[in-house]
Design a binder for this molecule. Structure first.
Ligand code: FDA
Length: 835
């Protein structure tokens, strides 16, 4: 770590400080070449052949033993051992015979590929198959476990073996392998040179279980083959004859043409089946686009987003629409829904991502990011653009976007334009990035080569973030009883006349106004005149109004703190701003608002200087706490009013902007609101699916909406709610509704955790652990698992408890547990709305 502690701090000529450097003068790693050294073990009379297990670096990369690396699987879709024709003749071995490869350590049984790619006396087997795919396929049972004394790396590549033809490959695979051979025989005829491409590597039982899992996950396990009309049958029999006659030359996935006299849904099914049969047996580079409806006359682009609160997603959707209007074919997907192996085939891709937590990927980008890190894939064919969203108040500002950009470049992809990191006020920089992107794409662009590349403002058809609806607050009810330390409220807005619609699970955006008392205090601290005219969005208004409506005046930004440190010439504040004081600075800032810092370090500056430092005020999002089925003309929220006391500062009370705007100052003014739709965080479409909801504190909000919705829709699926707060007597929000739902049976299970009602603190994750076995059974019955509320602690603790439950009751090891949760996530059954 380039922190100046363990080594000299490295500052690059442009002034930047890379986070990681090697402890060398250049900061880069140095490669020290060494002379060739013979392997320890050379052939002898008992083991007369030299086995090489690494022709390409991929083939002996340890990460590849899992068989999960898509490019490798295409390179060597199955295990094999290559041996020279002379040796093969002497040993009586023919192509695809089973060969026992034996060394002093162990043995593997692999299908033979007879080829002069290897020299007489040697043989080659790729290293990356393990016993998960069948008995005795793992070459590392055979290879030497010696290590090189200097690098400490295993000497994997060469050892001495004997070769012998044997009858059986794997007991449970005999039938499946035999059948695979028969199927593939046709494809392999025609002189394809022997690289062992087309041998089914996976034992049939394993394959079938994986296929079943896949079918269940995508919800097609019960779908049968369509029945074809006589005309379709006639066409298909001709198609099969055609395939038959060209069987020796098939080098791409066969597909029915778009104009085939076959119903579109039948064509889709048939093309899917052909892809399923042929895609695994074709060598890398010869695959065609599965999407046969693709219009080849249009250039295509992949647009991937990862979004926690929907901003990145909405931007990506807007970009996709504009690109389509300009004639592009756009593949728009969340990152997790896109495989890195697919990306390795794309020519152009755009990425729009926000950052979550500590520089991490948003939930719907985490798996993609993990794949991108694990996979040893080349993206040299790819040109890309990346737009990062973030909040500069956080340390890892746009952290995920930055990491993704670097990783894509490391894998060989070339940026079409510079990455842009957008702060909370992202609309303009995002638009600028997109305009520049269009200019870069214009040379490739479709019809509109000469078309203007200026982004046309999206036509507003409804109320949106930039065109919010002025809504009247009609409910403001405190949900805590007397004596509670919390101030959580139910708010209701009247939607009449707005045309706004929502689904339980969406969020409501609220544009707040600052507290007049804080505006006054700030003007006093800086000695500003409230009436000073200022320009905001080309409109003149008094300073006081601009501070009330347009600027974020409470949260200290790094630029503002830096400015105050310089103007006040305070050594103490300057010292806090040193890089190595980051944590101390954060602790010091926690709970301090800008005006608090100004009181401690008074400065003088012009109004213009000050406004240039401030960010634009941003809307806050709140999880919708009602169902439109029950409240078509209202939208409800459950909001905790942020109020806190700083004891270190003479018991000064401070408050959050928006939550207290709603609680204290919203009743007589219309509040600008908009709906922020959520893509997946909704009640399951399948009304019979069980639903587990974990929503402590204000996290209860969406689940009130979910339960209202399931009741209104007459869904019969079981429901289980985990709720928690400090005290049952004062903090059991929606107590009457919840107990009634439990009594009526809408809520089949109710687990409550009031942390401070007993000596030992009990949280929802503790309740989950107590009920682990039942949760596991619900999951196995297809339950959806939804979490809402605090991201910093609760969501992590709940995730951990869920992992433990899956591991214990599923009887899984670590890898299987991760895969189970990944599957849950990918099938959109593990959903989170955390903040
Ligand atoms: P503001 O943003 O002005 O201030 C918050 C800051 O105050 C904190 O960052 C911290 O620095 C400081 N602070 C807070 N407590 C402090 C303490 N005890 N000591 C010292 N400093 C402290 N909220 C909710 O109540 N119900 C909901 O349903 C949802 N749903 C939701 C969904 C989604 C998708 C998101 C992204 C967020 C939510 N939120 C929420 C959170 C909500 O958007 C908002 O962040 C909070 O209401 C706080 O906003 P304010 O403008 O009131 O505080």
């Amino acid at each position: 770590r380039n922190d100046g502690r363990s080594q000299t701090l490295k500052i690059l000529p442009d002034g930047s400080r890379p986070e990681l450097v090697f402890a060398t003068p250049s900061g880069r790693a140095i490669f020290h070449p060494r002379p060739h050294v013979n392997p320890e073990e050379m052939p002898d009379e008992h083991f007369p052949f030299t086995l090489n297990t690494g022709r390409l670096q991929h083939q002996w990369h340890t990460l590849t033993k899992t068989g999960k690396i898509a490019t490798l699987n295409k390179l060597n879709p199955g295990p094999f051992v290559e041996l020279h024709p002379e040796d093969a003749a002497e040993l009586g071995i023919r192509n695809r015979d089973s060969v026992m490869v034996r060394s002093r350590r162990g043995e593997a049984v692999l299908p033979a590929v007879v080829t002069d790619r290897v020299l007489p006396g040697s043989c080659f087997a790729p290293f990356h198959w393990n016993d998960l795919y069948g008995d005795k396929l793992a070459v590392n049972a055979v290879t030497s476990d010696r290590i090189d004394p200097i690098s400490q790396q295993p000497e994997l590549k060469v050892c001495a073996v004997s070769l012998e033809r044997v009858e059986v490959i794997a007991s449970d695979a005999a039938d499946g392998v035999g059948r695979s051979k028969a199927n593939l025989e046709e494809v392999r005829e025609g002189g394809e040179h022997a690289t062992g491409l087309a041998f089914a590597p996976v034992a049939e039982a394993t394959s079938r279980s994986l296929i079943r899992q896949f079918a269940e996950t995508v919800g097609v396990s019960a779908v049968a083959a369509p029945s074809f009309s006589p005309a379709e049958t006639a066409y298909l029999s001709g198609f099969v004859s055609g395939l038959d006659s060209s069987a020796g030359h098939i080098s791409a996935i066969p597909a029915l043409p778009v104009d085939a006299p076959v119903a579109p849904e039948h064509r889709l099914w048939l093309n899917g089946m052909l892809a399923g049969m042929f895609s695994r047996v074709l060598p890398l580079g010869l695959m065609t686009d599965l999407e046969v409806t693709t219009d080849k006359s249009k250039p295509s682009i992949t647009l991937l987003w990862a979004s926690q609160t929907g901003n990145a997603e909405a931007l990506a959707e807007g970009f996709a629409t504009q690109l389509r209007e300009r004639g592009w074919q756009v593949k728009l997907q969340s990152m997790n829904d896109y495989a890195v192996s697919q990306l390795a085939q794309d020519q152009r891709a755009l990425f729009v991502t926000s950052t979550f937590g500590d520089g991490d990927a948003p939930d719907n980008g985490g798996d993609f990011w993990a794949q991108l890190q694990e996979e040893d894939v080349s993206l040299a064919q790819l040109e890309f653009g990346l737009l990062a969203l973030g909040d500069s108040n956080y340390d890892q500002f746009c952290g995920h976007g930055k990491k993704l950009f670097t990783r894509l470049q490391d894998l060989g992809a070339r940026p079409l334009l510079d990455r842009v990191d957008c702060d909370t006020d992202y609309a303009q920089p995002a638009e600028k990035w997109f305009t520049e992107l269009l200019a870069r794409l214009a040379t490739d662009g479709p019809a509109s080569k000469s078309a203007s590349t200026t982004v046309s403002p999206t036509k507003t058809t409804t109320y949106t973030k930039t065109n919010p609806f002025a809504a009247k607050l009609v409910i403001n009810r405190k949900l805590n009883g007397d004596g509670s330390s919390k101030d959580v409220r139910l708010f209701g807005f009247d939607l009449d006349g707005s045309g706004l619609t929502y689904q339980a699970g969406d969020a409501l955006g609220v544009w707040p106004k600052n507290c007049p008392g804080y505006v006054f205090e700030l003007q006093q601290a800086l000695n500003f005149n409230a009436d000073t005219p200022v320009l905001v969005d080309n409109r003149e208004k008094p300073l006081e109004l601009a501070l009330l409506e347009n600027f974020e005046i409470c949260r200290p930004t790094p630029e503002a703190v830096q400015f105050i440190a310089e103007r006040s010439a305070s050594p103490a504040l300057k010292a806090l701003l040193q890089v190595e004081q980051k944590e101390e600075l954060q602790d010091w800032l926690y709970g301090r608002q800008l005006v608090d810092i100004l009181h401690e370090f008074p400065i003088r500056c012009s109004v213009e200087e000050w406004l240039n430092l401030l960010k634009r005020i941003q809307p806050r999002l709140y999880s919708i706490a009602s169902s439109s089925a029950l409240f078509p003309h209202q939208v409800h929220l459950t909001v905790s009013a942020v109020r806190y006391t700083r004891y270190s500062d003479g018991k000064k009370t401070r408050k959050g902007v928006c939550s207290t705007f709603l609680a204290d100052r919203c009743e007589d003014v219309a509040a600008p609101i908009f709906i922020q739709p959520s893509k997946h965080f909704h009640v399951p479409e399948d009304g019979d699916a069980p639903l587990i909801m974990v929503g402590p504190g204000t996290g209860i909000a969406p689940f009130r909406g979910f339960l209202q919705e399931r009741q209104a829709r007459g869904h019969k699926g079981k429901n289980w709610l985990f709720f928690g707060e400090q005290h049952a007597a004062t903090d059991f929000y929606y107590r009457d509704d919840i107990l009634q739902w439990h009594k009526e049976g809408l809520l089949n299970e109710l687990s409550l955790a009031f942390s401070r009602d007993q000596a030992r603190k009990i949280y929802v994750q503790d309740r989950m652990r107590e009920q682990g076995e039942k949760i596991w059974h619900w999951l196995e019955e297809g339950a959806y698992f939804c979490v809402c509320g605090d991201a910093s602690r609760m969501a992590k603790d709940v995730d951990q408890a869920l992992r433990e439950i899956v591991r214990e009751y599923g009887k899984f090891d670590e890898v299987e547990t991760v895969n189970y949760l990944r599957k849950l996530n990918m099938s959109k059954r593990y959903l989170r709305d955390v903040y």
